[in-house]
Ligand binder design. Structure first.
Ligand code: GLV
Ligand code: MN
Ligand code: MN
Length: 430
């Protein structure tokens, strides 16, 4: 279903069915057969962006690709109002992790398009502009930096990041050019703060709370503080059969100690929802009969407060420095990404609660997001608000990720109702 026949007003169930068809169509665009892998600025990303762009056009949005590869679909204001020169942004991402699920990010982009479709089909004219954004780098899997596309939109992109490289040595700058983006125009793509009414995102919860509570939708209170680091340990490669144990400087054994310390330090921080993960390890030279001489690994740390996260990173770094001396290896810790807690704006959270209230019997529960989202960047531009959608068993970053058709329909209806609530507030001059 690359093309999307235009439609009129639909029931919640019909909207959910349309969302499912779109989710399934996007899931066919992958680097791997039989698995969903779609990394930033790859040919798959390009094909998915073109599919989304076609859907935006059908929904009546005028779509363009920005210099960072984000698809932006614009709907001009349909009615006069004091803020008719402002724009409400609605977005999420179309990149995935390796062998990921089909709803993470993709559902939020689709929900934005379907909400516009229903607003139009129901003859609802908004007293502000609206733009649907399909970001391409929320997962940060290809390059060591992440949230590139939303950072560009928010005007907080660090141009030094253009020089980071992927595992093949392709820099972000080169990848952008090959994709058809423009590294020289990134600054001009930033929205101007006074022109933005706010940023809304629909996203699957990626956790079990809503399912356990029997509630399809929730409202996000804040997105956790997050940082990513690269740790490198330089020891000494040597013969696995000849170097006595006490004379070794095994970089992998040192890494193993640090990785276990990461786990132990994070476990102490439950009160602050502290979590820390080492998800990628490279061992060099990587042969069974060679003592590892050089190890690089990733570190991802998150918490409900910036202080708790920073304290954990400091403790991990101190531990690594001590290993350094004891094992006579050289440990380097580099920070590649750092985002503070992004608190959702109370005015948008209230509008979302009203929107969710219009489609589900139970009042919208407030949830903290441990997962990172494009809202981390967009909060640096202006107010953000997020709607969480129940997913089965809280499973995400996994091909078994699943959301029901009815819940997808409800999420789009809640988004429509939230937009209508914001339009009412604008008309009332609040
Ligand atoms: C993305 O899903 C992240 O939370 O890292
Ligand atoms: Mn996501
Ligand atoms: Mn994700």
């Amino acid at each position: 279903m690359t093309s999307l026949p235009a439609t009129g007003p639909l029931t919640t169930r019909q909207i959910g069915e349309r969302a499912q068809a779109m989710v399934d169509a996007l899931a066919t665009v992958s680097a791997d057969e039989g698995a969903l892998t779609r990394l930033y600025l790859t040919p798959e990303h390009r094909r998915a962006a073109e599919m989304v762009s076609g859907w935006m056009d059908t929904a009546g949005l005028s779509a363009r690709m920005d210099a960072a590869g984000t698809v932006r679909g614009a709907l001009p204001p349909g009615a006069a109002g004091r803020n008719s020169n402002k724009v409400l942004l609605i977005g999420s991402h179309i990149d995935t992790v390796i062998d990921g699920g089909r709803f993470d990010g993709n559902l939020g982009v689709i929900a934005g398009i379907l909400a516009v479709e229903q607003l139009k089909a129901r003859g609802i004219a908004l007293p502000f502009g609206l733009e649907v954004l399909a970001f391409g780098d929320e997962e940060g899997v290809r390059f060591p930096v992440t949230l590139t596309s939303s950072a560009v939109a928010a005007g907080v992109f660090d141009p030094n990041s253009l020089d980071v490289a992927d595992a093949q040595g392709v820099t972000l700058r080169e990848a952008l050019v090959a994709f058809g983006g423009d590294p020289e125009r990134l600054r001009q793509e930033a929205y101007q703060r006074p022109a933005v009414l706010g940023y809304l995102e629909v996203h699957i919860e990626q956790g079990p709370v809503l399912e356990r509570a029997g509630e399809p939708l929730g409202v996000v209170s804040a997105i956790a503080s997050q940082s990513r680091h690269r740790i490198r340990i330089r020891g000494e490669a040597g013969h696995a059969g000849t170097v006595p144990m006490e004379m070794r400087h095994d970089a992998l054994a040192a890494a193993a100690e640090i990785i276990l310390a990461v786990e132990a330090i994070a476990r102490k921080g439950k009160k602050h929802a502290l979590v820390a993960t080492v998800g990628h390890v490279e061992v060099m030279p990587g042969a069974s009969n060679v003592i590892p001489g050089d190890v690089r690994f990733s570190l991802d740390v998150r918490a409900a407060t910036d202080d708790a996260r920073k304290a954990a990173v400091e403790e991990i770094t101190l531990f690594a420095r001590r290993i350094d001396k004891r094992r006579q290896v050289v440990v380097g810790v580099e920070t590649v990404m750092e985002k503070g807690v992004a608190t959702c704006a109370p005015r948008l959270a209230k509008a979302i609660a009203a929107g969710v209230g219009a489609v589900q019997a139970k009042p919208a529960r407030s949830l903290m997001s441990g997962a990172g989202h494009d809202g981390l960047s967009m909060a640096q531009l202006g107010d953000i608000g997020m709607i969480f959608v129940r997913c089965r068993a809280g499973i995400s970053h996994n091909p078994n990720e699943w959301v029901s058709i009815d819940d997808m329909g409800a999420a789009v209806e809640a988004l429509v109702a939230t937009i209508e609530e914001l339009a009412r507030q604008e008309r009332a001059g609040r």
